[in-house]
Design a protein around this ligand. Sequence first.
Ligand SMILES: *Cc1c(COP(=O)(O)O)cnc(C)c1O
Length: 336
Amino acid sequence: MTVDLRSDTVTKPTQGMLEAMWSAKVGDDVFGEDESVNALEEKAAAMFGMEAAIFCPSGTMTNQIAIKCFTQPLDELIADQTAHVYRYEGGGIAFNSAVSTRLLNGYRGILTAEMIEPEINAENIHYPHTSLVVLENTVNKGGGSCYTLQQIAPIAELCKKYNLKLHLDGARIFNALAYTGDSAKDYGKYFDGISVCLSKGLGAPVGSVFLADKDTIKYARRLRKVFGGGMRQAGFLAAAASYALDRHVDRLKIDHAHAHTLADALANCGCVTNVVPVETNIVLFDTEQPAEQMLAKLESKGIKANSTDKHRIRFVTHLDIHPEQIEHVVKVLGEM
Ligand SMILES: *Cc1c(COP(=O)(O)O)cnc(C)c1O
């Protein structure tokens, strides 16, 4: 048996999803003529109470387009030091937007208005102009930790007060919603922009959407073209994404239950020294021996995972992890 816990990006399209792709109505999306892309964009925007949306090849592209839309060269953005936009997008903030980044130390990547306010630069020619705050929900490197809307509201209020834009890297926003019980529609009230990945927990093969107001999305279409992300008959991919939004949101709580089962087994495993409390579909844990040694033992039993540090391993549950695979991992951990 193989159990691939490396990432929730490894899922393959289901039979139903492939059928939806097969029968998709398509056109040239660069001309705005792909019905399936247009339908996906409308559906996603409406779900989050936003005016408009644009379908892009990756979450990195939606985040980088958002940062470019919400800043000018020489500006500064504020984010947590674990932020994907800073750590895992290849330095794109500086390269694409010529913007500097002010990094804060949140708890598991979660920031508060009190942490952000003193870091906003006063108007002074020596300082870069602070113009954007980026939050991540769930926080990938925080181990799937979540903001509630109640935590976000004071940050949104602070951004209004200082005239800052607020962007959400919502690669796993549906995991956060499953955990907090907050409603997607309410998100539109707080954020100027939202990125949503369709190829993580939702299980679509490719794509992310960027949501914002109509004028921002109009400019985002120009930026997507410049970034080389204008796709032609992208409706085949959009159909898979729409299918995922209709069918794969409610089931995320299964992935979360699986993550909890794994965390319990890890807590009882002699070679594990610490398990970060699970909120969603990511389990981070620390190993007594070097992580590489434990990964090799797991691999020999068909279990694939990644290390995130010398003594830290990450498990991620997803659509293609079934109960019998979780049982197998629990059994293997019990024997270690
Ligand atoms: C995966 C991810 C993204 C986008 O990644 P792509 O691989 O470019 O789609 C953005 N933010 C977070 C937090 C992620 O986990």
